[in-house]
Each structure stands twice: as C-alpha cells, then as structure tokens.
Write a protein that binds this ligand. Sequence first.
Ligand code: ADP
Ligand code: MG
Length: 722
Amino acid sequence: MREVLSQKKEKIHPPTHRPTMQKSNSVKALEPTARLQYLKGVGPRLAEVFAKKDIHTVGDLIHWCPRTYRDQRAVDDFSQLVNGSYVTLYGYIAKKKVFKPRGRKTIYEMVIKTKGGWINCKYFRLPYRGYFDGLEIDQKVKVVGRVTYYRNQPEFHHPDVYPFKADEEQTDAIVPVYTEIEKISQNKIRKMIATAFSALKQNKDFLNSDPLPLWLRKENNLVDRITALQQIHKPDQDQVEDYLQFRSPAQKRLIFEEFFLLQLYMGIKKSGLKKEKTYSINFNSDLMEKFKQSLSFSLTDAQERVLKEIGVDMQKNHPMHRLIQGDVGCGKTVVALLACCPVIENGFQCAIMAPTEILAEQHYQNALSLLKPLGVNVSLLTGKIRAKEKRNILEKLASGYTSLCIGTQALIQETVQFKKLGLVIVDEQHRFGVHQRGLLKAKGVHPHFLVMTATPIPRSLAMTLYGDLDVSVIDEMPKGRKPIVTKQTWASKRDKVWGFLEDQIREGRQAYVVYPLVEESEKMDLKNAVDEYEKLKERFPDFKLGLLHGRMSTVEKQEIMSEFLKGKIQILVSTTVIEVGVDVANASVMIVEHAERFGLSQLHQLRGRVGRGEYKSYCVLILSGGFSEEAKFRLSIMEKTSDGFKIAEEDLEIRGPGEFLGTRQSGLPEFNIANLVRDGRLHQQAKEASFKLIKKDPQLSLPEHQLLKKEMRKLSNRFLPG
Ligand code: ADP
Ligand code: MG
C-alpha cells in the first residue's frame, strides 16, 4: 500500500530533472554499428535512401559531416548584402503581386518589409501550387534566399519564405547544412541525427570510444570525439564565425583526426616497406650507357638526377617505392626505360603498365626502337591481343626470355607470370587504384617499384596521396622546346579561330577540338562533341575529321586514335578522353570549346597534347556563356604560364581538392571534413603528431592504441579502396 502511494506521489511531483531524462529514455539504446533502419523515426525506405550515400549505420550517420553551415543571423544593414550570398531576413509581407508578361510565364512577386529596408522576392515558378496563397499580407515571415542584384537593388529569386514561428531551428543563428539526399528535408536530417545521439549516448562503449589517446589530445589541444561530433551537428550559437570558417574546436578536432589517421597509415606502411627484403641491383650498367649513347639527345640535369635517385634506391636490398613526378613532356618515359637497363642486366625482368592501349602501344614502339637494337627482348601485352599470340607471349614471360613487358591492365591477369620480376613501373599512376598496383607487384617477390605521373600534384596533396612513396621530381623541360602559344577568345570570334585552324591544316598540321560534354544536356546549353562534329564537317569539307568520345567502345576509340596518329584524320573532335599522354608530333593546334568549364590542370593536360614535335604549336581557349571575370582570370593563368605545378597550385586554390582532378576516377581522397587547401596548418600538425606516435609504438601494438588502429584501418579502406 505504501509502495503504491509513494509511486503515486512521484507521479504527481516528478523531480525537476525528470522530464529530460524521460525524453532520452524514450529512445532505445543503440550500438554505433546498428543499421540505420532501427533508429527511431527511420524505416527501411528511408534507410535505403541513406544507403545510397554510403550511410548504413547509426554511427555512419553521426559521422556524416555537414557540408557547410548557414548563417541565419538576420542582416539589418542592406549595404552588407553581398551578391550571390545566402542571407536570412525577418520581416512582414507588405505587398503581393501576380502578373503575366505578354507571351511569358506568370511571375509572382512579394515585397517584404524588414528592419534594413524593403526587399523584393520573385518567383518564376512556384515551389508548389498554392504556395503564394498561404502567405498573407502583414504576416511575419522569415526569408532565406540568395541575394541577386537587379537595377542596383538587392532582391531574391525563389527564396524560402516561412511564416515566422519562434521554434528552435528557425531562430538558431547558425545551422548545419547537409549534402542533399533526394527529397529529405534538412530539418528531418537534423532530427535524425539528434535521435541518433540520444540512442548512442546510452551506450557506455560509445562514450569511451575516442581513438585519439588522451596525451595526444592534450598535446594538440583537441576536444574529445563525442563532443566534437555532437557540436558539428549542433553548433555553439556563440561561434558562428568559427563554424563558417571550420575553425571551431569541434571542427578542428575532426579535421585533425582525419589527417592524422591517414598520415599514420602512410607512415606505418612506409616503415613496413623499408623492412621488406629484395635483390639489390648493381646500377653500373653497360646496357644503360649504350642506351644513353644511342639517344639523339642528352638527358636534362633533372632526368640525370632522378635516374641517380632511382639507382641509390635499387642498390639497397629493400624495394624501392618511388614516384616520379614531372610535367607533360618532361621525358619520364626515357628515364623509366633507362632504369630498366641495369635490372635487365642483373638478370631480372621489368614490367611497365600503362592506363590505355594507345599509351601501352606507344611505350612499346618506343622501347622496341630503343632497346631492341641493344639486344633486349621486349613484348606487348594488351586485351586486344589474340589468344594464340598471347599464349606465346605468356610463355616467353614465364620462361624469362622476355626481359621487358609493356602492357595495360592485362598485365595483372592471373595467367600472367614472370620468372623473375625485378622492377614494376606504373605510368600515369592516378588512373590506377592502389589495388591494381598491388596486384602487379605481387607478380614478383617485393620487386622494386616506380610510378610516374604527369599530373602535377601540389605538394600538400602529394604528401597525403603518396605518403608511402619517395618522390622525385623532373622539374626541367628538354632544351629547345618551343613554348605553346595560348590565347583565350570569345565564342563570337569563333570564325577567326576556324580560319586559323584551316591555315594550319593546309600547312600539313593536325588539330584537336575538344568539347566538355557528349550529349545535349537540357540544363546546360553546351555545345556537344557529336553535334559540333557534324557542323565542323560541313565547315571543312576538304578535310578528314574524326570523332572520339567516352560512349564509344574501346575498339572504336582505338581505331580513330590510330588513324589520327597515322595522319589520316586531320581534325580530331573529341571530349576529354584524349587527355592522357598521347603523343602525336604533327598535331600543332588544340582548340578547347567552353574552356571555362574545365579545370586548369585539365586544360594543361590537354594543351600538353600539342607542342610535341618540331612545329610551333597553339592552344586556343574559347569562352562561351555569360561574361565572367572569374573565368577570364582563371584562363589568363593558362596564357601566362606553362608550368604545370604553378597551374596546379592555382587550380587547387580556386577549385579545392574535390574538383581538382575531377573527383572519384582520379583516385584522389575525398575527405569527410578536412580540406587540404583550407586546413594546411592542421595537416602539418597532424603529420608531425603521427611521426611521434609511430616512434612511440611503431606497430600500434600497445593496448591503448587498439581503437586507433581500428579507426586507421577503416579510414584507409575508404581512402585507398581495394
Ligand atoms: P612525358 O614525361 O610526358 O611522359 P615523354 O617521355 O613522352 O614525356 O617525352 C616527350 C618527348 O620528349 C619524347 O619524344 C622524348 O623522346 C623527348 N625527350 C625526352 N627527354 C628528352 C631530352 N632530354 N631532350 C630532348 N628530348 C627529350
Ligand atoms: Mg608519358
């Protein structure tokens, strides 16, 4: 009886802290590994939508960082309304107007009276039918929109207008903004994340799951992980500026962690590689000397230096792991072939893997003409080769008869076996996954390993991407190269460009015309390669034109490319598929349409397709679309410099690492929150911290580092899949 009473009493007078406890208890405890669909408010359907973004578990959800933050502090001073910026205003609806200009669609207009002045909101189409009716004169509203200037007055096009209710989210000064996922509202996402935290925080393991040891956090002044995660989703309202610049303690902590784990992985891998044993190669090589003598040119100092660096590596009895970086046309191939000589002379085989058949074939022809006369057996292995011939090639590889094999990915097939593989070279390395290089390496016993890339990767990026490799740079061009004349011009002057092109072709040269898209896209009014190809054929009835684009099969592409190589095609109309390393010495003109759509590094690669022979070469960048100072400025960098590194730095600065090389396919890391340009200092700090930790515990075998090890593996899988 007393029990019942006391219970009753409690119900009537709950302790003051009770309500919040009840709130959190109403959500079931969950492990971070719980599937998202078991989170309260999320069913299988919603979970499926998130799965498309690689968010599968409750843990994934809370680690999903906001893409950016929105400053919702009301702007009271209209002179601060920057064109193109998102702002929030509070005010009253003063006027509404619907009108239909002759022959055009209806326009809906609304004028909002705010503290700072009056502002016009225009809708050329409504978000939904009846949207306008729901907003009444004199209603208090919150407006969120992007500022556009019209006749020197700021206005909004298609802003979000909400009837003002003083609920939490609407009055926050700063709110996180997530990458859009189908039609799920930002509000829903925020709520889901809040629920996830309530569920996770009842889980003791979760609360103790910081992978960064305390001493490291202290030394680097970092908050703990749970706090950081919670705050990035629910920022401190007093730190608006910090959040906008990704400088709040929460963001710093997570950025540091991301860099740190990656650097740690690279560092440990590198020190592991140093312990592998392999054959030492005597680099004093007659064959190499003869090869050098036979060249029609002498090596540049940079080539000599890099060759020497390779020699030092290969003379040691653990495998070389080196990256040669060098701008388009600096002469990496010769260095690679030279490096093969001592290896071959020491009785080993070499393999060179190129990303496309065209490139493999080119390297092969090169090697054939240079090395065959010196008695080296060279073979080519690509997907194109017939079964019978292939069997023959494979036999000669397995028996050790062939000393140098050049090929495409066909080289990593299981059937390919070497007798004694001593050196593996991978060309244009960013086109290959880490997995693929690994497979080729596995064909030997810890062979020496060399990768080459023409993509001038800025130092900051290289450190992260190739942290496990030693880097050599060929930073000098062969003497006597004529600079490529680069000019930007407006689409309205296109006729002049075609005239110039005609002159060049009549002189016997060949040309590329490059377009950004393959098919007509409704959204972007871009010329596309297919259409323009037809038009150009009419414009140049006397010339033979070819078309190359990504939708064509490999065989079709190959055919066109080889016809161009042989000079049968004079103008090659193409999308960016020609980008990588092709060498047609007679091509002297590169015309890029919609140049403003390309990244600078990409333009640099394209430009590198010309100027490979004795002829003076030209690159014309055609700007279309609306006038843009920014585009003009960007392209002017191309006019001013031919230094790929400089261009890459500028590109990275302007576009950020995400778009730097065109995302995924480039193999570049996609950070969750970190940004190599913005967070350079944290990157450096994380790198130093990783060295310190590796010194302390080189294998991460201490019990207090087990969580760290686990997280490091997880991250490296994401970055370096395969
Ligand atoms: P990339 O670094 O872009 O792969 P390549 O190795 O294809 O450059 O070299 C481009 C061209 O320059 C080739 O025709 C090559 O024979 C030539 N070349 C390489 N080294 C030199 C040099 N030291 N002097 C003159 N020409 C060179
Ligand atoms: Mg090359």
